[in-house]
Structures are given as structure tokens and as C-alpha cells.
Design a protein around this ligand. Structure first.
Ligand SMILES: [Zn+2]
Length: 447
């Protein structure tokens, strides 16, 4: 069948309906409860005759894998998406976060962007490939997973152990980058995340002698921790410009004002100029792209006002750049704190292996580039470093290149809705993403 005949208005209507119903299935993690969501997606895929399997790593949790078989010329491609969402503060929302309500051209609800919306766009691409009987040279795998928002242990990590053939994939398309719009609605640039910072969260713990609050003494855990924290928060971690970040800013230089562009063309050099640093590092995202960051997020000590506690701790959300080492960072921290009574320990939840970026000469990256040029001729497409974490770290750890890109055209204020109140995606964006993903998959898998 001729894919030029696809009625994209119909595709939009179908995608909107699917996403609305999908948002209604509450998969807030914790606890996740992805099984109902998996059954819902399975229903849609099986109706079309697509081979689909649900996995249940633990009760009520689920992963789903659907495969469109190819002719075995080339390793499979994976369309990855997670079914779980982050919690909501329901009273802060204007509309029901689990209502899947369509209003003024937007579908409202938790997960609309992150990432049920992208999941539905991937699903639409798969359905269209099947309906239009597009011959495939390689398998196209639709993989909807559990637990991304809480570490991924029951999701991608579990699936990689259970289904070793996933490790043989040629590449993965996941969430992360997007298409950024200027305030006037014009496309600014396409961002494809090819790497991410490494989660290296840790605890600083001080121990001392307990006692009565009326008689302060020198061996106080609280006082020791406060001194240590003071030194740590005053420390400015050194700049480290990895080649990927250098390339990112050089690409942005092409579309920035002459003043900004001058520094962006060689960010490494510009960061030796204090006045540039001041403006540049005021942007928290840019700041996090050029250095390891240590953010104290949890402080715990004392339960009663007249008791000196014997233990005090501070937990840091620490993210390190690919290529740097947590051991080295900890040894720098020990020097800065200069107190052997302060213990530094890595939180056990994350495996922190710095992984190199996925290459931009990869077939999938090139396909995204090509489709971007078709949609927005002459646009800047750039690799990007995510300062947060996605499930791609598990695939990269297994040696599979990952490209984190959701083809949603978003303004900065819309991007901030991710994990925030009133998350929503326009029906236009949902349709556009379905079309772009369909075209990208055709580029790399049609044969
Ligand atoms: Zn997500």
C-alpha cells in the first residue's frame, strides 16, 4: 500500500483516543501497577495481529514486548518507552491528572509528555508499518517497560537479563531530547541526547557523642556535619568540557546572537573568562553540562530539641560527567572536608558506570537528521548531554547505542511541565511525533 495515502488526520484522532485512555490508567510509581497499562497496549497490538508478549517481573508490574519481524538483514531496532509515571499533587492541577481530558487542542494528564505520549507515537508508527505492510529488513521491537521513574530495576534492567536478544539490537530510540521552539513558535533546534550524566548519589555521615542539649561538647555529630557541609557547598567543582558538549555549543553558536555565539564557538576557551562564566553558569542546565554537580537534598539529624544526636547525615544528588570517576571525586571531597570522622558512601540504588556517548555516525542518528531536514529544512540538529538519567544507561551499558529523542515541538515553558503540574501535549504534537517516528523507522528498517 502506498504510504502517501496515509490520512494523518485519522492517525491523529486515533492517537488522541489511545493516549486519553492510556493516561486514565494510573501507573504512578511507586507503586507502578503497569500490568493494566500493558494489557491495554497488548489489546491494541494483538487486534492488529502483532506478536506481543507481557512479562511480569513481580506481581502487578509488567513489561511488554511486541515484534514486527524483518528479514534478518541487520540487527533489530528498539522503540523504547516506559509505562510508569511520577506522582502528582492532585490539588495543584487544573484538570484531573488521570482524566485523559482533551481540551483546547491539548491532551491533559500525567505522562502526556513523559512518556505515555511518546509511547503512543511509537505505537502509532508500529501500527502503520503493519497496516501498510511495509517490508522490513530488520525486526522492529516495541518495548514498553515498568519502573523507569524509580530506577528501572523491574523494567529495562530486568528485561535485558531476561531477553538477551535485546542486547543484540543495533540501536534504541528512547526519550530525552526534543525539538525546541523559540517564544515566537519557530523551530530553534533539534536535540538528540547521545549521552547522560552518571547518577552518583552519596551520603555524608558524621558520628559523635550524644548528650544533653544544655551541655554542648566538642564531639557533636551535628557540628561536624555542618562544618563539612560548609566546605562542600563552598567548593566549585572544576569545569570539564567533554567533546560532545563542545560540539553542542558550537552547533548552538550557529543560531545565537553574535555576542553569545562568540563564547559558544569554543566553550572550553570561553570558560576561562569570569564574566562569561557568570552569565553562562546562571543557566542551571548549562552549568550542569560542564561540571560534576553535588546537590544536598536531604538532611537528617536529631529528634528532640534537648538531645544531642550521635549521628547526622546529608544526602547529595550527585551527577558526574561521562569520563570522570566517582572514586576521584570522593578523594577530592575527602581533601576538601579534611575530617576523617566524616564518612562518604555511595547510595546502593544506582550502578554508576560512566559510559561513553553513542556515536553520531550511527544509522539511527543519521536517519533522525535526515527526517529533521525534511520537516524543517536547514534546521540545526545537535547531539546533546542529558544531565538527568534515562533507561538508555542500561542499553549503553550493554553496548547498544541509544538516541534519546522525542519529536515533540516544545517551548521552554512546555518542557517544564515534565514531572510538573498540568502536564499536557498538543494533539498536533502527538500527530507530528507519530509521523516523524514512522519516517525514522522507515529510514532505518524498511527494506
Ligand atoms: Zn520519562
Amino acid at each position: 500500500m502506498d504510504t502517501d495515502k496515509i490520512d494523518w488526520r485519522e492517525v491523529r484522532e486515533e492517537a488522541v483516543e489511545i493516549l486519553g485512555a492510556y493516561i486514565k490508567i494510573n501507573t504512578t510509581n511507586p507503586p507502578g501497577n503497569e500490568m493494566e497499562a500493558a494489557r491495554y497496549l497488548e489489546g491494541i497490538l494483538s487486534r492488529e495481529g502483532i506478536d506481543t508478549k507481557i512479562y511480569e517481573p513481580v506481581s502487578h508490574r509488567a513489561n511488554l514486548m511486541a515484534v514486527l519481524p524483518g528479514q534478518g538483514q541487520g540487527a533489530p531496532m528498539i522503540l523504547l518507552n516506559h509505562m510508569d509515571v511520577v506522582p502528582v499533587e492532585e490539588d495543584k492541577w487544573e484538570l484531573d491528572p488521570f482524566g485523559g481530558i482533551v481540551k483546547d487542542g491539548y491532551i491533559h494528564g500525567r505522562g502526556a509528555i513523559d512518556m505515555k505520549g511518546k509511547g503512543v507515537a511509537e505505537l502509532m508508527a508500529v501500527l502503520l508499518l503493519k497496516r501498510y505492510k511495509i517490508p522490513l529488513k530488520r525486526d522492529v521491537i516495541f518495548l514498553a517497560t515498568a519502573d523507569e521513574e524509580a530506577g528501572g530495576n523491574w523494567g529495562v534492567k530486568w528485561m535485558l537479563e531476561r531477553e538477551p536478544r535485546l542486547k543484540e539490537a543495533a540501536f534504541v530510540l528512547n526519550e530525552g531530547g526534543s525539538i525546541l521552539l523559540r517564544d515566537n513558535g519557530e523551530v530553534d533546534h533539534y536535540e538528540i541526547a547521545t549521552a547522560q550524566k552518571v547518577v552518583s548519589q552519596f551520603t555524608l555521615r558524621a558520628r559523635g557523642r550524644s548528650g544533653h542539649g544544655s551541655m554542648p561538647h566538642r564531639d557533636s555529630a551535628n557540628v561536624k556535619l555542618i562544618r563539612a557541609l560548609h566546605r562542600v557547598v563552598e567548593w566549585e567543582t572544576p569545569f570539564m568540557v567533554i567533546p560532545l558538549v563542545k560540539e553542542y555549543f558550537a552547533n548552538l553558536a550557529k543560531i545565537r546572537s553574535p555576542e553569545e555565539a562568540e563564547g559558544y564557538r569554543d566553550i572550553e576557551k570561553a570558560l576561562s573568562d569570569p564574566s562569561f562564566v557568570e552569565t553562562f553558569c546562571a543557566n542551571p542546565c548549562y552549568n550542569a553540562m560542564v561540571r560534576n554537580t553535588l546537590t544536598p537534598t536531604i538532611l537528617r539529624a536529631g529528634k528532640k530539641v534537648n538531645v544531642i544526636p550521635s549521628e547526622a547525615e546529608a544526602i547529595f544528588d550527585c551527577r558526574i560527567l561521562p569520563g570522570s570517576s566517582v572514586e576521584e571525586l570522593f578523594s577530592q571531597l575527602r581533601d576538601i572536608i579534611g575530617d576523617e570522622d566524616i564518612e562518604i558512601s555511595l547510595l546502593p540504588d544506582f550502578e554508576s558506570h560512566p559510559l561513553p556517548p553513542s556515536p553520531t555516525d550511527n544509522e539511527l542518528y543519521q536517519a533522525i537528521f535526515k527526517v529533521a531536514q525534511r520537516k524543517d529544512p536547514g534546521c540545526v540538529v545537535t547531539p546533546f548531554l542529558i544531565t538527568g538519567a534515562t533507561d538508555s544507561r542500561f542499553f549503553r551499558g550493554a553496548g547498544v547505542p541509544c538516541y534519546d529523542f522525542s519529536p515533540f515541538r516544545l517551548r521552554q515553558d512546555e518542557l517544564r511541565l515534565v514531572h510538573g503540574h498540568n502536564e499536557r501535549i498538543s494533539t498536533e504534537n502527538l500527530a507530528f511525533a507519530s509521523e516523524v517516528i514512522f519516517e525514522i523507522v522507515k529510514e532505518v528498517a524498511a527494506g
